[in-house]
Design a protein around this ligand. Sequence first.
Ligand code: GDP
Length: 193
Amino acid sequence: KQIQKAEIVMSAVSQKQYPKDQLPEIAVAGRSNVGKSSFINSLLSRKGLARTSSKPGKTRTINFFLIDEKFYLVDVPGYGYAKVSKQERNKWGQMMDEYFTQRESLQLTVLLVDARHDPSELDIQMYEFLKHYGLPVLVVATKCDKIKPSKRPRHLKAVKEGLNLEPGDEVVLYSSEKLDGRNEVWKYVNDHL
Ligand code: GDP
């Protein structure tokens, strides 16, 4: 998959700042350090487009990347970063609620989990939150290059069981370094645009 143009058009903290042109959107969510920036950059074949914002003190924003004037890839701030204050966590929750419950152009959310570990309580909550609102979800299990190929099926199963995945939902094993799963993710994304 070749992208001609990928540019950030907005870093939003509230609804008023979201793009208004109603292009379809694909959101990307996951806990801090799960590999979200690497995922976005490798999917788009761009170095340094998405940057990790898990450092304390950095403003956490919803970043809209316009892709080939056709759709937005939406980087939502990562959750579960240990060093944020309660106040910041509330702000994050409000921002997420506002986006996921009201954004009509949202077509699909890619939920990232770490392929090496069972899904965390926060991963499970995020999945259940999205399903509660009837939103289509693709689960992407990152950093699969760190697992021996022979052990990958076991990890795939653990992710599915840990999230209590609904019938019809899928998990794709992904590596931002080796590009495993990239074609599969693109196929899924294109099917939802
Ligand atoms: P973010 O905080 O979720 O945006 O995570 P980053 O994309 O910054 O990645 C966190 C760390 O995991 C970095 O050290 C990355 O190099 C590493 N990482 C991310 N994706 C992969 C992957 O697919 N394979 C490997 N081996 N490391 C990865």
